[in-house]
Design a binder for this molecule. Structure first.
Ligand code: ZN
Length: 655
């Protein structure tokens, strides 16, 4: 339900722009009104130019800003007079509109203005708010359509038929201005959304909440869907099925994709609905959702058939389209599967999450509209025209080169601190989705954002490792890169005094757990879209052991041999396995609290000399090891497997 979030007790806004920021955020923070960059708002102000002239300006939401978090800088200042004059034209191409809007900016550094800037400019009110509120698009996407909307709202709103957003919509609104009287509180745009306006930010905001509440009240409570049959049970075969689906989606997309699986009752019941094909085939609830969801979800798991269907849709509609266009990738973004539930795909975890949010709202909208007589969205050609709108295509073109790990999934063990944490952070910065395992449950909060999944996990416990792999596959769709990093380094002990239990514990963590995880990860890595990669964190001790570290050195030597055999066996699957051998990395927790100083003193060295005891006289940091690990996953090492690379500043015993 849309709640009025205006706080009468809060300090009054300093000026109109301040008020504009405030109510824009109130709208943006309510997902029943605004989702993922949808919606736009504006305010009209008078400002004095640098030469002292008074100018009437429209400050309208800039693209790239989200209403939930918008700031004053997110509103683009445009000269109103020439802007509004554009609406008198009969035609205006998208490209020309964008050029004209850019030329009316009084601040060239301001973002590109909303595509609805002309509409905002010509409505004769200081504040204008536009959303795609769920309840409103539910009413407008019904068989009863405009008649139902008029019945619900009476004369309090102007109802306009669907036209293409942008110039066509602005022109229609310009021609409809005479129909806006003193009692008109908003405009309902069929199959699209709602506009409200007012002389104050609060008036326009209150009207938005009131009109949306009226629509909500018109939607009758509906029977919940019957309880669904259980989803595919978690475990190896479910993981392999999801990774296979991700491989197919990535192949169709032409790039690795993040795939995320949701099987709560609400979405599973919809995916199992006997009429799911009809319900889901009707198109998006508001046009700009098509960018995130494609025109319709894929049903089941036949990606090749979906891609063929998408290509046929493109061929049909491009012929009747508005401009020459290039086909987007034909991979699905939303998948409904009776055994998996709702599966969403994107080039990043955030994109997959946005598609999930939008489709969860779409499910509610479709079911509510069905209860009101049937869900009727836009025609195929109208959806196509928005999906291939030049302004949307331009956004995609601006996106630039993808990050090195875009769409790829890495799992790093021992990720709460030290080298593991540095690798996880580096992979995230490279655009990857990263799952970090660690005995320390604080790993969950090691990083923020949709691309991070931190899981408390004892890697020596098969049950916990299985559950972690289940979570990784459900969250990101599979596994491209495995970094075997977790390890323990016990206190020095000579062989003559070995503690058997400690020896076995070192072997369990440093060696046995790695072997188990390799076996469990193999079915996922072999389905990695760009070929699986394993990076094993060995040790300088393998080639140059020291006295007192028998258990550690032996475990790392055995781990290295395990990696070499794995490289031999998995090359046929396109999986590369390489080992890095760092010397002691001193910027980690184990050396803190005076340990480093004590070790240096033990050897009669200064800390500086102790930490740079190598041929290059350089200190090895965890960030250095992370950089090498990233390189091993990338094109520089695309033809390398079974290699061992020292990162130790040069050691005459290793060389
Ligand atoms: Zn809109």
């Amino acid at each position: 339900m849309a709640l009025n979030r205006w706080d009468p007790a809060a300090p009054a806004p300093a000026d109109d722009l301040d008020a504009r920021v405030l109510t824009s955020r109130l709208l943006g923070q309510d997902p029943s009104l605004v989702l993922h960059g949808g919606g736009n708002t504006s305010v009209k102000v008078t400002r004095t130019s640098i030469v002292g002239a008074e100018e009437r300006l429209l400050l309208v939401k800039g693209s790239g800003w989200d209403l939930a978090s918008i700031e004053a800088a997110g509103f683009t200042p445009l000269r109103i007079e020439p802007l509004v004059a554009l609406a008198t034209l009969d035609r205006l191409s998208d490209v020309e509109m964008a050029r004209q809007l850019a030329s009316y900016r009084t601040d060239p550094a301001a973002p590109s203005p909303s595509v609805e800037a002309i509409l905002h400019g010509l409505l004769p009110f200081t504040f204008v708010d536009h959303t795609h509120a769920d309840a409103v698009v539910t009413l407008t996407n019904t068989a009863g359509g405009a008649g139902l909307v008029r019945e619900v709202y009476g004369a309090s709103v102007l109802v306009l038929p669907y036209v293409m957003p942008g110039f066509d919509l602005a022109r229609l609104v310009a021609r409809s201005l005479p129909s806006i009287g003193p009692d008109t509180r908003g405009i309902v745009l069929m199959n699209h959304g709602i506009v409200t306006f007012g002389d104050t930010a609060r008036e326009s905001y209150d009207r938005m909440i009131d009109l949306v509440s009226v629509a909500e009240a018109a939607i009758a409570p509906r029977e919940p869907l019957p309880a669904p049959a259980p989803p595919l049970p978690r475990g190896p075969s479910r993981r392999a099925a999801i990774a296979g689906l991700r491989a197919d989606v990535s192949r169709a997309a032409g790039a690795p994709m993040i795939v995320s699986v949701h099987d709560d009752d609400a979405v599973l019941a919809f995916a199992q609905h006997p009429k799911v094909a009809d319900l889901s085939g009707g198109g998006p609830a508001t046009p700009d959702h098509v960018i995130r969801t494609k025109p319709a979800p894929m049903l089941g798991r036949d990606v090749a058939a979906f891609a063929a269907g998408y290509t046929a849709y493109f061929d049909r509609c491009a012929a009747g389209g508005r401009a020459e266009v290039t086909m987007l990738d034909p991979a699905p973004r939303v998948i409904l599967d009776p055994e998996l539930g709702l599966v969403t795909a994107g080039r990043s975890a955030a994109d997959a999450a946005a598609a999930e949010d939008i489709y969860r709202h779409t499910i509610e909208i479709v079911l509510n509209a069905e209860a009101l007589g049937g869900y009727r969205a836009l025609s195929e050609q109208e959806i196509f025209d928005v999906e291939y709108w030049d302004l949307e295509q331009a956004k995609l073109r601006r996106a630039g080169r993808p990050a090195p790990l875009a769409g790829q999934v890495a799992l790093v063990t021992g990720a709460a601190g030290g080298i593991g944490r540095a690798i996880a952070g580096r992979f995230l910065a490279a655009g990857g989705a990263v799952a970090g395992l660690d005995l320390d449950p604080a790993v969950a909060g090691a990083f923020d954002g949709a691309s991070w999944l931190g899981l408390g996990c004892d890697v020596t416990d098969a049950g916990q490792v299985g559950a972690a792999l289940d979570a990784v596959t459900d969250t990101f769709g599979g596994l491209d890169i495995l970094v075997l990093n977790a390890g323990i380094f016990p206190a020095a002990a000579p062989v003559a005094e070995l503690d058997s239990e400690l020896w076995r514990r070192v072997m369990r963590v440093n060696l046995d757990a790695a072997a188990d995880l390799l076996r469990e990860a193999h079915p996922l890595l072999r389905q990695a879209p760009g070929g699986g990669r394993v990076v094993v964190i060995g040790s300088k001790n393998v080639a140059a052991p020291g006295p007192g570290a028998a258990a550690y050195s032996a475990s790392k030597a055995a781990l290295t041999q395990l990696a070499r055999v794995t490289a031999l066996e998995w090359a046929a699957d396109g999986i590369r396995v390489n080992v890095v051998h760092p010397d002691a990395v001193f910027d980690t927790g184990i050396w803190a609290g005076g340990v480093l100083e004590a070790r240096a003193a033990h050897y009669g060295l200064s800390v500086e000399d102790y930490t740079t005891r190598n041929l290059l006289h350089t200190q090895i940091t965890s960030a250095d090891v992370a950089e090498l690990a990233l390189a091993l996953t990338g094109p520089a090492f695309a033809k390398t497997t079974g290699a061992q690379i020292p990162i130790d500043g040069g050691n005459d015993r290793v060389i």
